[in-house]
Every structure is written in C-alpha cells, then in structure tokens.
Design a protein around this ligand. Structure first.
Ligand code: GLC
Length: 733
C-alpha cells in the first residue's frame, strides 16, 4: 500500500482501533497454542479489544496462523492484518546450536546462512517477526541467559548481530524471510550478581564502550524492530527510559522502526517503583516511544483515558500506530495477510534435510575441543563405553528452542553408533535428580521426555562387557532448564551426582573423554584436570549427536573457539580478556607482590581464555607484516602473514587480530579484538593471509562520550586466541 493510502487508513481509525494496534497478546486469546513463557495472567481484556489487537505472540504453524488471521480479518473493520511474532532465537523446528555455541564458530558467513534457514522455516509457518538476535554482552556466567548470547566481546557480538539480521531479513521476500527484532535493549546481560531481571548500573561511558555497539550493529544492518530490556539503565527501567529509547535510539541513531516491550515489561514499571499504577506505566512507556505493549493490559485499558484527559499528546499515540502500520506495510501484509505461509510451503521448507545439514555444519564449528592428551580422534573400531545422562538424551537444544521438533534431534548415542563399530552404552544417572526446582513449567516441558526404559540397576563399570573397553566417552553437563531465562545460579559446579559418576569413571583406570553440554561456561577445573580430553558441546541442536560423534572419530577437525572466558571459580567472576590494566597490574608493577590487583587464593587468568580452542592439526602464524611503519589517523592497515599447517590433516584456523592502545585520554583495554578471519588450510600447506584493519579498529569513546581516534602508540597482535603476546607496535598520528 502506498504511504498516502496508509495515512488515510490511519486517520480513519477510531481511538480504540489505534490503541489496539499497540497491543500484543499470546495464542490463548486467539484459540491458539499458548507457548509464551513468562508471567501469564488474565488481563481483563474484552472481545472487542481482542478484535482490535495488532499482533500475536508465539503462535506458529501455517494452518493455525491462517485460521487466526482469517477470523481476525472477518472482525476487523478496516481489515488490518495481525503480525505474528515469536522467539525463533536460534532455530524453529530445526534447531541450531545454542548461541554460546554459535558464538564459538567465528564464521560470519555460516551464521548468516544458518539464520536464513531459520527464516525460511519460520516464515513458511506463518511467523512474520522473530525476537532475535539477542546481542546482550555477557561477562557473568551466573546469568542464565548467557545461553542466548554470543559472549563477552563487543566486536564479535557486533559481527554476529549483523550476520543474524542479514540472515533473517535477507531479501525480505514473503515466505522465506522475516523481520528481525534485536534484543534486549539495553545491557540486559549486565545485571548485578548475574541475577536475572536485576539492576544494571554503569557509567554511560562504559555502556557506550561495551554494551551498546552490538545493538547499533544490528540496527545498522537493518533490524526492523527493537525489544526493550527488563532492567534499569541509570536508574530508569529501559521500557520507560526516554533517554535510551527516544533520545539515543531514535533521535541519535535514527531508528524509525517498531519498539516492542519485553514480556509484561510495561506493567513491570510498577513493581520497579517508577509508576504508581498502570496508567502511569502506560504514559511513561508511550512517551519513551515504546510502540507495542507485550502481553499486559496497560495500553489497552489506559491509553484512551490518557488521551481524552489531555495527559498524553495524541501525536505520541499516532507516531506509534504509524510505525506499526508501516511495519505491516513493509511486510506486505495488506497485500497478503498470510505472507505466503502455507501447508505446502511448510512441507517444502521445514525440517528439510538441507536445513538439518545446515544445523549440522554449524554444530560442527560450534563445538570446542578444550583438552586433548593425544587420545582424540578415536579410531572407529575403538571399543567405546558411552556413559552419562546426555548420551541418549534429546534435551540438547537449550531452553529457548520452544518450537523444536525433538523427534528429529539426533542423540549422541545415535551419532556414535553410526561412527563407531563397537559401542556399549549406559546413562547411569539422570541429568538432574531433583526436578522440583523447575516447578510446574519444568514438569510440563519435561513430561514429553519421560525415559521409556528403566536403566539397569548394575553400573556399566561393573559389567563383564566393560572390561575390554578402550575408552570411556562420558557425557556430563547442565540441564537445559538450569540455564536460560530465569536460570541464574550462584553455583556453576557440575552436580554432585555427576561428579560422583566422573570419579567412578576415573577409578576404572581407563582413558576418559568428557563431553560437556551446557548453555554457559561452568566451573569444571577438576574434570579438566582429570580427563584425557574435554569437548565442550554447548547445546548442539538438532544434529548434535552427529556433530559430536564426528569430532570424536576425526571426520570433523574441531575448529570452535571460545567467545567467553571460563572462570576457575565463581569468585573470579567477572573475568574477561579485554579488561583494564589498573594502576597495579599483577605481574608488571614495582609494588610488592601483595599490593597489586590480584586474589590471594586464585590466579587472575581464567581457566580457558577468550578465543581459545584446540584442533587436530597444528598450525603456526609467521612473518606477520604491516604495510607501513607509521600511520595517519584515517589510514587503514594491511596485515599480511603466513599460516603454516605442520600436520597432515586439513583444518580451519581462526586468525584473531587484537589491538592495544598504549595511552588514551581514558583507560584502554589491555587488548581488544578488532578483526578475525576463519581460514581453511590443507594438510602441510603454507597460506598467505591478508587482513585489513579500518579506522574503527582504533576508535574509542572518550570522557566526553565522543567517538574519537587519539594519536599515539598501538600494538597489533595476530594470534590464535586472546593470550597472544607478540605484537607489532606502530605510531598513529
Ligand atoms: C521473554 C524474554 C524475551 C522473549 C519474550 C517473548 O520474557 O525476555 O527474550 O522474546 O519474553 O517470549
């Protein structure tokens, strides 16, 4: 529809019809499936109000969405279609690895194509907008939603944000693409104590330096929507924060798309204590230009009174309604309210072998080999004892894979039995003994995974067939409901019963290859010390079983590299690579050994560093050269290097480029990732690589909150992880 007609349509709406466009309800209000996870409460909304509603939360399926849309259009006076929005965070029916795993791929192109696959599946099933990518920067693994993030680094998160938005929106054609909604704006990952929904408070300088760039990257990549976060920013909850949502997001960044609140976040301005009732909450959120109220009755029950009493300028309402109508128009819904969703498309585009292969490929590159005392890869005829509660489990998708088709998930047992000739298996224990902590929701979710066969009473370690085993492949980890939303924990150890199983495996005297499934870094120093090899699988998704098994037997040469530091213990948190030096840096100061920035009982370094990961081949970086000795501000920098594969095995290496700014007008990180390239390299090959740094690599936020490049000395490091020490120092003036 052209803008003139759209404006005519808007001007013809009654106040109630305008307000309805700003309301989002879940499936239960439309006889759909209730999939939204969160505090659901009867909202006291009447049928007329439901008939005016503008969008639907977490309903999918071509048949269901078409039925709801048809019924809605019958009752809608102006035939304004609904938008269907949902959490296709890292998959739809076909599930990718959880984002901590995706963050470990360091493969921009693969991530973009994988997210295009998600859009292909979801749009065929009637979903128009996805509540993804989640780009919150996280340095605290106690926060359950580390699961959904790509990690601790501002540059890397920005690269993934761009790739994911481009993947979802690609050519924006109906039936194969969908609108992205970057979340959670802003800084949701920085909650105090790693506790979900908790207070975020930091300087605006730190917010702009660390937290905001990845959201900006998603918006610059064209994300059509932004979702507010539950937390405060400078004392004001994001959902009612006019500086954040209007002055910064819209006026300074020029974002003209739709802002949607997170689930019930408009209402939550009341418990936050910045609104005394729903009316005040409504006014605050609308004036902050939050366009859609997700799943509360605030907008629908209070906006009319605010307008009619003159407390709220009608222009504020009209601006929000206009943005929502423009989104519907951009989606082409006025021409095709179903956006080409159909049962035929679903059959052709959902859970296809091609999609499952994409999930496999990204799983291959998400898995991180953290230790290998020469035992991996295993020969396919090795006599394997596959042990532990994840071995035969489909619970390897992470909590936000709410649309997952679990029947198509390949378990590790299935993968191992395809790739090895002699396997015995026993779960031995449950992933988690006490499910009480997950409450009713947990029981509902888990009811579909009841084990259909009781485990044998005798431990596999005590059976005769175990005696001739060459290796124990032991699976341990975090239950999928032990992370994710509302999954913050103060203790990140593996559960006691899992550690007992680990120690029992060790006592057999056989080599132990430990595979860990989790949504986040865990505290695993004993397991790492005592295992012969450690593979971190994250939640590897629909084809996880194949991906892990093919790393075990060497079909795949692991290439995953961590996108988040692993702390030695919880007391060390937050521990991250691009920290500031402090005035008393441990190990490089004249102060006595005691009076420096360190702990008495734990090293400063993490157990595993950002960027770290092993492969089955051995590569070396040599002959790193820059195109000049000194540079002017504004110059780009050409880096050349030789990558040498000293082994007879093909593989992939991620060349990581870090910069250290020696002196700034504000403190500067000890080093900062500024570019990377993932490179395939053949056996015994020497490859010349060139990587360009543009001026963004040297920019910073100064104390006046300006983005500047300051002259001076910089060191450029080129290595395989953030521990790289050798660099080249240049002058930039
Ligand atoms: C949840 C999450 C958000 C999700 C939304 C809709 O509470 O915070 O990430 O998109 O509700 O399900």
């Amino acid at each position: 529809m052209n803008k003139t007609d759209l404006k005519t349509l808007m001007d013809s709406l009654t106040l109630d019809e305008k307000i309805g466009q700003l309301v989002q309800l879940s499936g239960e209000f439309f006889q759909g499936q209730e999939l939204s996870i969160g505090p659901s409460s009867k909202l006291g909304i009447n049928q007329d109000q439901i008939n005016n509603v503008g969008s639907v939360l977490n309903v999918s399926g071509a048949e269901m969405t078409r039925k709801i849309q048809e019924k809605h259009l019958e009752t809608s006076r102006h035939k304004i279609p609904l938008i269907f929005m949902g959490d296709l965070v890292y998959g739809f029916k076909t599930v990718l690895p959880s984002p901590m795993g995706i963050g470990s791929t360091w493969n921009r192109g693969l991530v973009e194509s994988a997210y295009k696959m998600i859009a292909n599946e979801g749009s065929a099933s009637g979903v128009h907008v996805t509540f993804s990518p989640m780009v919150d920067l996280v340095r605290d693994p106690r926060w359950g939603r580390v699961l959904e993030s790509t990690g601790e680094d501002v540059y890397l998160n920005g690269e993934y944000a761009r790739a994911m938005v481009k993947g979802f929106q690609n050519d924006f054609e109906p039936g194969t693409s969908m609108a992205a909604c970057v979340k959670h704006f802003a800084a949701y990952g920085a909650g105090e104590g790693g506790r979900d929904y908790n207070t975020v408070d930091m300087s605006r300088w730190r917010l702009m330096t660390d937290q905001l760039p990845a959201y900006k990257a998603a918006i610059d990549a064209g994300s059509k929507l932004v979702m507010t976060s539950f937390n405060t920013i400078e004392g004001v909850p994001a959902t009612g924060n006019k500086w954040l949502m209007k002055d910064l997001l819209r006026d300074e960044w020029g974002f003209e798309g739709v802002v949607i609140s997170d689930y019930a976040a408009v209402f939550e301005l009341i418990p936050h204590g910045v609104a005394k009732d729903e009316k005040e909450a409504t006014k605050m959120a609308l004036e902050a230009t939050v366009d859609i109220d997700m799943k509360t009755s605030c907008y629908v029950n209070n906006t009319k009174e605010l307008i009619e009493s003159g407390e709220l300028d009608i222009q504020v309402l009209d601006d929000s309604v206009w943005r929502v109508l423009c989104l519907k128009n951009e989606l082409g819904l006025f021409e095709d309210p179903y956006r080409e969703a159909s049962i035929e498309r679903e059959k052709a585009q959902v859970l296809t072998q091609e999609n499952l292969d994409v999930s496999k490929q990204i799983a291959d590159e998400s898995i991180v080999l953290l230790k290998n005392e020469g035992i991996l890869p295993l020969d396919k005829d090795s006599k394997v004892a596959l042990v532990g509660p994840f071995a035969d489990s489909r619970l390897v998708t992470g909590m936000w894979a709410i649309n997952a088709d679990y029947a198509s998930v390949v378990t590790l047992k299935q993968g191992v039995e395809k790739n090895f000739t002699n396997v015995i298996h026993s779960d031995e224990i449950e992933i988690k003994e006490d499910l009480e902590e997950f409450g009713a929701m947990g029981k509902m979710l888990l009811s579909q995974f009841k084990k259909d066969k009781p485990e044998s009473e005798v431990s596999i370690f005590d059976t005769e067939e175990f005696e001739d085993r060459d290796v124990i492949v032991l699976t341990l980890g975090e239950h999928i409901l032990s992370s994710g939303e509302g999954g913050s924990r103060t203790n990140l150890d593996l559960e006691n019963h899992q550690m007992e199983l680990f120690r029992k495996a060790k006592q057999t005297g056989k080599p132990v290859v430990t595979i860990i499934y989790s949504g986040r870094p865990l505290i695993v120093d004993e397991v790492v010390k005592e295992s012969d090899a450690v593979i971190w699988a994250w939640y590897p998704g629909s084809r996880g079983g194949d991906a892990v098994a093919e790393i075990l037997n060497g079909t795949t040469n692991p290439s995953g590299r961590l996108s988040m530091s692993f702390p030695i213990n919880v007391g060390q948190i937050p521990v991250y690579y691009n920290h500031f030096a402090t005035g008393r840096p441990f190990g490089s100061t004249s102060h006595s050994e005691r009076f420096v920035s360190r702990y008495l009982d734990t090293p400063n370094e993490p157990l595993f560093a950002f960027g770290e990961g092993l492969s089955y081949h051995q590569s070396e970086i040599k002959n790193v050269k820059l195109d000049k000795e000194s540079y002017k501000i504004g110059d780009s920098i050409e880096i050349t290097l030789d990558l040498i594969n000293h082994s007879d095995r093909d593989g992939q290496d991620t060349i990581q480029v870090y910069v250290k700014d020696h002196v700034g007008s504000v403190v500067r990180p000890v080093k900062q990732l500024v570019n990377f390239e993932k490179v395939a390299i053949s056996a015994n090959e020497t490859k010349s690589i060139s990587i360009t740094l543009d001026q963004d690599a040297f920019s910073m936020i100064n104390a006046q909150l300006e983005t500047v490049i300051e002259p001076g000395e910089f060191t450029i490091y080129v290595g395989f992880d953030s521990k790289v020490e050798e660099g080249i120092t240049i002058e930039m003036n």
